[in-house]
Design a protein around this ligand. Structure first.
Ligand SMILES: *Cc1c(COP(=O)(O)O)cnc(C)c1O
Length: 398
């Protein structure tokens, strides 16, 4: 790290400062913490002002489905961390993905997507989006040649998660963004697993960053939310246009929880990353473990890319036990501390059997193509003592 005691004022506040302070607009009550504006609508001083707001002639709040001051504070804070011009908050991570696709694409357009994406995103693309006449071709995440080959004249969007969940595969975002732009496509990155504390895809050339705020941005498993970050033109235009008419808006209360989550995001991500690395290294040494998937391991085929593209490796570790579903379920059922739940990004460590939960709605062929075997277990490492987490997993191994 560079020795810089004094921040260059011309370049604006640093990441940690923005995480605590960006987006806050104090009201004339002089509150210190951000207020929660629980109001559906906003009042106008006259009929003429109402007309000017509705026509867009005058900026200002109208109705919380469009804008809300607490939600706006969250959007501006997250935008500052992703170094984005614009951020639009949504009711969930899935509605952030839906708003991106339906806000920017139309019938006849085509998507190229990584095969290794969140299970529900696969269902959205293959069942709902395909039903609207927007087809998706799935490719192997790391294979740049396969991405380029899958692009057609009608391709508008490339979509991916890096690292992927649960297998921790990566793609070179800078290289893929060049391919996307050469063919006139937008590159969207679901940055849920890293958050801007560990990876800033827009700085690497991506056009859109998508979040499930439900995960690490909340950080304590309380609220559902999502966000889309990018340019004023793309996100402030099509994505916001979809949101205000289709309505998957973030609530003011949830936005406030996420604002507080962002304040501790960097601290939590480095603690999750340190604990996950220690767990992954320990799992690699256990004879009952067939294989460990974690980008921070030197045995990971894309370790060098992970080191250059991310500033930390994240909290999700997956591993395959020797055996199959029976052995994996036995290990999961033997835990007493870990929570058996599909969520991740919580202070509490969670353990999941992807093949029968998050990826259970995929066909067996789709699961095999995505590399989700019956012996795979995913652990989203929380903030407990790492020795307690190891002891809990060890119990089910013997
Ligand atoms: C959870 C998750 C989503 C969906 O987010 P919700 O808030 O549950 O709607 C999307 N992408 C990834 C990578 C996720 O982990």
């Amino acid at each position: 790290m560079k020795d810089k005691d004094i921040q260059d004022e011309a370049s604006g506040p640093g990441f940690a400062t923005n995480a605590v302070r960006a987006g806050q607009q104090r009201t004339n009550e002089d509150e210190h913490s951000e207020p929660i504006f629980t109001t559906s609508s906003f009042v106008f001083s006259s009929a003429a002002e109402a007309a000017a707001r509705f026509s867009g002639e005058e900026a200002g709040n109208i109705y919380s489905r469009f804008t809300n001051p607490t939600v706006r504070a969250f959007e501006q804070r997250l935008a500052s961390l992703e170094e984005a011009e614009c951020c639009v908050a949504t009711a969930s991570g899935m509605s952030a993905i839906t708003a991106t696709i339906l806000g920017l694409l139309k019938t006849g357009d085509h998507i190229v997507s990584s095969r290794s994406i969140f299970g529900t995103t696969t269902v959205l693309l293959t069942n709902i989006v395909a039903g609207l006449g927007i087809e998706t071709t799935f490719v192997e995440l790391p294979d740049l040649a396969a991405w380029e080959k899958a692009i057609r004249p009608e391709t508008k969007l490339l979509f991916l998660e890096t690292p992927s969940n649960p297998l921790g595969e990566l793609v070179d975002i800078a290289a893929l963004s060049e391919i996307a732009h050469k063919h006139g496509c937008l590159l969207a990155v679901d940055n849920c697993l890293c958050t801007p504390a560990l990876q800033q895809p827009l700085k690497l050339g991506a056009d859109i960053v998508i979040h499930s705020a439900t995960k690490y941005i909340d950080g304590q498993g309380r609220c559902m939310g999502g966000a889309v970050c990018g340019t004023d033109e793309v996100v402030g235009g099509g994505v916001f246009g979809f949101l205000r008419s289709a309505g998957p808006t973030m609530s003011a209360f949830n936005a406030w929880v996420f604002l507080k989550g962002l304040e501790t995001l960097r601290l939590r991500m480095s603690a999750h990353s340190a604990a996950a690395l220690e767990l992954a290294e320990w799992l690699e040494e256990q004879p009952e473990v067939e294989r460990v998937y974690y980008p921070g391991l030197q045995s990971h085929p894309q370790y060098e890319l992970a080191k250059s593209q991310q500033s930390g490796f994240g909290g999700v570790v997956s591993f395959e036990l020797r055996g199959g579903k029976e052995e994996s379920w036995r290990l999961i059922d033997a835990t007493r501390l870990l929570s058996i739940t599909a969520n991740l990004g919580d202070a509490k460590t969670t353990i999941t059997h992807p093949a029968t939960t998050t990826h259970g709605r995929l066909t067996p062929e789709q699961r095999a193509e995505a590399g989700i075997s019956d012996s795979l277990i995913r652990v989203a490492v929380g903030l407990e003592d790492i020795g307690d987490i190891k002891a809990d997993l060890f119990r089910g191994m013997r």
